[in-house]
Design a protein around this ligand. Structure first.
Ligand code: PHB
Length: 391
């Protein structure tokens, strides 16, 4: 067994784990990152594609990369489509902000490259990972791809290991609460080789359910439609998918640009929060601590926001030598988490068709949509939440 000593051991080399390692490096704090997934597996994971203004500033200002602004696409608004009409929410005009379309995979590639250039210790493709927080120092043990066993001893352990987090389960029983909500639907996501159907995202409510038009490149687009949670991608051929998309979206002069379909997947819909985010020397960040339904595009943004706060608090911990400052992480991060939970839940219920909705429910939902689309203050509320709260 090889033993490595570091200041902060990080489980999970997704955007949360790598950004934390990067920000700590800039503060002169050492870390080791491990992930059971290989580099190729993480790079090949298709996730959402919208970055809040603050996420973009964080990536650029901390020196990760400026590719997000040179190669990403700035979107100054989104479209809410209902009753066959497009209603544009103009973020710039309402609140002077924008979001960037820049897929999570690219964020991972930028962070991985930055860490490699800076000599960061990131170990992909490890196996048999276990964490232990019962001793004097937290430890991570794992098997490296070459078969060697490693024991990483650290001052602090950060679980950035995703929604099925192993680190979350290392909290002793009763040391944290859980808040949870399930939805009676899911999203069916796919890529299509076609020109963009629109130059901004189109969030559509129809009597047949929700649909979302997003983009990737001039020749590749990402789209989603509401489906049953137990739907199986292999049961949907291209014809069936386009028939479903057309009846939800097309009409009044608006028509989808169709093409061959790939990367079909069903995304589960869940809202989940755990708190506190710290127990002793163990801290949680990103999906390990919370899950949001994808409607508000908040998952990645929340993870980056967690990490910005966590890096600061860990800096204070080393600056003061006082472990109590670590509790400030929960206080500061959870406020944003619940705002994002509310927004994701609210946007979801406003745009999705729920089986068994009464005629009253349906008319009320249309009233709500018209307030968001047609009242300046309703639209500004949506715009501020979507682009990310500045405080
Ligand atoms: C995406 O482009 O994958 C995407 C965009 C917005 C969302 C969810 C997913 O709300």
């Amino acid at each position: 067994m090889r033993t490595t000593r570091t200041q902060v051991a990080i489980v999970g080399a997704g955007p949360a784990g790598l950004l934390l390692s990067h920000l700590l490096h800039r503060a002169g704090i050492e870390s080791v990152v491990v992930d059971i997934r290989t580099y190729e597996q993480i790079a090949g994971t298709i996730r959402a594609g919208i970055l809040e203004a603050g996420s973009v500033r964080l990536l650029v200002d901390s020196g990760v990369s400026d590719r997000v602004v040179t190669e990403g696409h700035r979107h100054d608004g989104v479209v809410l489509r209902f009753d066959g009409e497009n209603h544009r929410i103009d973020f710039q005009e309402l609140i002077g902000e924008s979001v960037w379309l820049y897929p999570q995979t690219e964020v991972f590639l930028d962070l991985a490259r930055r860490r490699a250039v800076d000599g960061g210790d990131v170990r992909y493709g490890v196996a048999d990972t276990a964490v232990d927080i019962t001793g004097e120092r937290p430890t991570v043990t794992c098997t490296e791809p070459d078969g060697g066993r490693v024991r990483i001893e650290a001052d602090l352990l950060v679980g950035a290991d995703g929604s099925r987090s192993m680190c979350r389960h290392a909290f002793p029983p009763g040391a944290r609460g859980e808040w949870f909500r399930e939805y009676p639907f899911a999203w069916f996501g796919f890529l299509t080789e076609a020109p963009p159907s629109h130059d901004e995202l189109v969030y559509t409510r129809s009597e047949f359910g929700f649909a979302l038009i997003s983009q990737r490149t001039p020749t590749m687009q990402r789209m989603y439609f509401q489906c049953a949670p137990d739907e199986r991608p292999q049961d949907w051929d291209d014809d069936r998918i386009w028939t479903e998309m057309r009846r939800r979206v097309n009409g009044n002069g608006f028509a989808l640009r169709e093409g061959p379909i790939s990367a079909k997947m069903v995304l589960p819909f869940r809202s989940f929060v755990t708190a506190p985010l710290r127990h002793d020397r163990l801290l949680l960040a990103g999906d390990a601590a919370h899950t949001v339904p994808p409607t508000g595009a908040k998952g990645l943004n929340l993870a980056l926001a967690d990490v910005a706060v966590l890096a600061e608090v860990i800096g204070d911990f080393y600056g003061t030598g006082d472990a109590d400052v670590l509790d400030r992480y929960t206080e500061r991060a959870v406020r944003r988490v619940w705002r994002a939970q509310h927004f994701s839940y609210w946007a979801t219920t406003m745009l999705h068709a729920v089986g068994g909705a009464s005629p009253f429910d349906i008319e009320r939902q249309r009233g709500e949509l018209s307030l968001i689309a047609e009242s300046r203050y309703g639209a500004a509320y949506f715009a501020e939440s979507y682009t990310g709260w500045q405080q």
